[in-house]
Design a protein around this ligand. Structure first.
Ligand SMILES: Cc1cc2nc3c(=O)[nH]c(=O)nc-3n(C[C@H](O)[C@H](O)[C@H](O)COP(=O)(O)OP(=O)(O)OC[C@H]3O[C@@H](n4cnc5c(N)ncnc54)[C@H](O)[C@@H]3O)c2cc1C
Length: 592
């Protein structure tokens, strides 16, 4: 099925749920006009729908292939990548100094969603290049910036992010790749990395690897990790490509999904050591990597939204066409499209509501990142950075969890045909699964939320955010529109559950940390349900105020979310508080 980027929905959510319209009018973004922002989104939607979306199936069926150390991307990938980079999409939010357009991260976030809806295996590549640009711009030496940034920003070269080794996955501190100082100020890198996305490919002439490695005298764990830039081809003083560096792809993985994205095992130092250049200070590599990670985690969250959107579009189209049985009230000689059955309607509404809630949370995170960078004074920037830090694990984990759930419902709506590859619903289901795993598993995101983010500023970052959500709910109560049903009541209950669970978790962190860790995942879901529900209500309120054509639809989605999804808050709160004990006491259940 063809994909149509939902530009109107994306634009509305960005402006009115995530706060982009307020930021524009402040003006947080200087002379950026609403018209220009609209035009960028419209053009991204066109490119995603017309150029990238048709590549999704061939990307899955042919996939990336490996022969004699070289990776060939699927047919059409190279041409699409060139057109995409030449149109300037890679540098949309990158610094103007290095050839970027320095447009808002929020705008880029909406575009990232569209690239990934169109073809997730294509969309993940640029996410890593953008991460490399961020790390280099923030921590690289002037010489490294001069030699590499222009081409990374233009997309003429791509970037990779290399943390994972066989014994070092979630525990990055266990990595063993070695870096030895050389007399000329560079380093010799020796070791192996696994699961490296676009570690090798034929899209560009050079690939710039951002590699974590350990110096011989480094302290153990994460405090002894340094970041190195390791180009596939060394770069001459005049910018031309020099000899091949001592790094190669050994193989690519056969995966459940995103077949078009090569996942490479990388070998450094067959011939004595790859040349690497230090980024940031020795042993401070994790700090530099974190610069990439907030953006990259948000981008992976956007992949969850993206795949959920595409799966929803496809399921809706099928449910309108496929006739089966008679819905209540249908004439005896007629059969009904399956969308007329309440159970199918429930599935489709769940898909739509979860997708839009996750989108709103991700975009709100992007606006917070913009405020952290561009805010008017130091205090505003600090508060925004804390807000972004709080929302990032929620955006990543919630959006990618619902990505899988929505894609699974998408298969279900198709019945048996959903299980047959031909329809494409199965591909979304397979593709979606990785996003909950890479860029820090969702379990690790939940632990980050509970152990670090709940305690930010002594808990004030969380309470300020909950106050803001409460104001939205008060506005819903005040307009007293029956179309909202029990939205305000259910969302108030959800916020109260978040507050009680937060207080309980904070107390456990000091006394019984295992209980807090056991409750982390249901707590993240509880928080996301409350936040997502409030942001959907905010969007619906804005649509009512602006007498937008889609106002009734937005109210229905907000109400459905509050009454069918946010309403699960009580159960999630109990899972956090009462369920932890049964997790930690259990021994026999998993023995043997
Ligand atoms: C297709 C693909 C592409 C990838 N791309 C890249 C890339 O470009 N660059 C890169 O560096 N890596 C990449 N990765 C690696 C990815 O980031 C890791 O797979 C991921 O971080 C998890 O590590 P792991 O696989 O070792 O799982 P493990 O760390 O072994 O985790 C196994 C399970 O245990 C849980 N767990 C682990 N530790 C804890 C803990 N302390 N507390 C609670 N639960 C825990 C995890 O949540 C998970 O459920 C990619 C992986 C895949 C499959």
């Amino acid at each position: 099925m063809t994909f149509q980027a939902p530009v109107a929905d994306i634009t509305f959510a960005l402006k009115h749920a995530a706060g982009f319209a307020d930021a524009l009018s402040e003006p947080l973004y200087g002379d950026l006009t609403e018209d220009l922002a609209d035009a960028v989104l419209a053009e991204a939607g066109r490119f995603a729908s017309e150029v990238l979306a048709p590549l999704n199936t061939v990307g899955d069926r042919v996939g990336a292939t490996f022969k004699d150390g070289a990776v060939t991307t699927p047919p059409g990938w190279k041409e699409a990548y060139r057109a995409w980079a030449e149109a300037g999409w890679n540098g949309l939010a990158a610094p103007a100094q290095w050839g970027g357009q320095e447009l808002p991260h929020a705008l880029n976030a909406a575009c990232i969603e569209m690239w990934n809806s169109a073809a997730m295996a294509f969309g993940i590549g640029p996410v890593l290049t953008m991460g490399a640009v961020d790390a280099l711009a923030a921590h690289g030496t002037d010489v490294l910036k001069r030699d590499y940034l222009h081409k990374l920003v233009s997309g003429e070269w791509t970037g990779t992010m290399q943390l994972t080794e066989p014994q070092a996955g979630s525990d990055v501190g266990a990595l063993r790749t070695k870096a030895e100082r050389d007399d000329d100020g560079s380093y010799r890198i020796v070791g192996q990395k696994i699961f490296i996305t676009y570690g090798e490919h034929d899209l560009t002439d050079n690939i710039i690897h951002m590699v974590l490695a350990r110096l011989p005298d480094a302290p153990p764990g994460t405090k002894g990790i340094s970041l190195f830039l390791v180009p596939k081809f060394l770069v001459n003083a005049d910018g031309s490509l020099g000899p091949r560096n001592d790094v190669r792809a050994h193989s690519i993985e056969h995966k459940l999904g995103i077949h078009g994205s090569p996942t490479c095992t990388m070998v450094f130092g067959d011939q004595g050591g790859a040349t690497g250049y230090l980024v940031g200070e020795e042993n401070r590599g994790m700090t530099c990597m974190f610069t990439m990670m907030n953006q990259a985690r948000l981008s992976v969250g956007l992949q969850g939204v993206a795949i959920a959107e595409r799966a929803t579009q496809q399921a809706l189209a099928y449910a309108r066409e496929r006739k089966q049985g008679r819905a209540i009230g249908t004439a005896p000689d007629q059969s009904s499209p399956v969308i007329a059955h309440p159970d199918v309607k429930r599935m489709l509404l769940t898909m739509r509501a979860l997708t839009r809630a996750a989108r709103a949370i991700c975009y709100a995170t992007a606006v917070a990142l913009d405020r952290a960078q561009r805010g008017g004074d130091e205090e505003a920037r600090r508060q925004a950075a804390d807000r972004a830090a709080l929302l990032t694990p929620i955006a990543k984990a919630f959006a990618t969890d619902i990505g899988s759930e929505v894609a699974s419902l998408g298969v279900q709506v198709h019945g048996g045909m959903g299980y047959i590859e031909e329809t494409g619903a199965a591909q979304h289901y397979r593709d979606a699964r990785i996003a909950a795993i890479y860029e820090g598993t969702n379990g690790i995101q939940a632990i980050d939320l509970v152990t670090r983010k709940l305690r930010l500023n002594g808990g004030r970052t969380v309470s300020a955010y909950l106050d803001e959500l409460r104001q939205i709910i008060n506005a819903v109560s005040e307009i007293n529109d029956p179309a909202f049903g029990a939205t305000a009541v259910r969302l108030t209950e959800a916020i109260e559950s978040v507050e009680r669970a937060s207080g309980w978790l904070r107390a456990q962190l000091d006394e019984t940390p295992a209980a807090a860790l056991a409750g982390a995942t249901p707590f993240l879901r509880l928080f996301a349900n409350a936040a997502g529900g409030a942001l959907l209500a905010k969007e619906a309120l804005a649509a009512t105020r602006l007498t937008d054509d889609g106002a009734s639809a937005r109210i229905e989605v907000a109400r459905f979310f509050a009454e069918n999804i946010a309403v699960q808050a009580g159960g999630l709160e109990r899972t956090v508080i009462e369920g932890a004990d049964s997790v930690n006491r259990a021994e026999a259940a998993l023995a043997g």
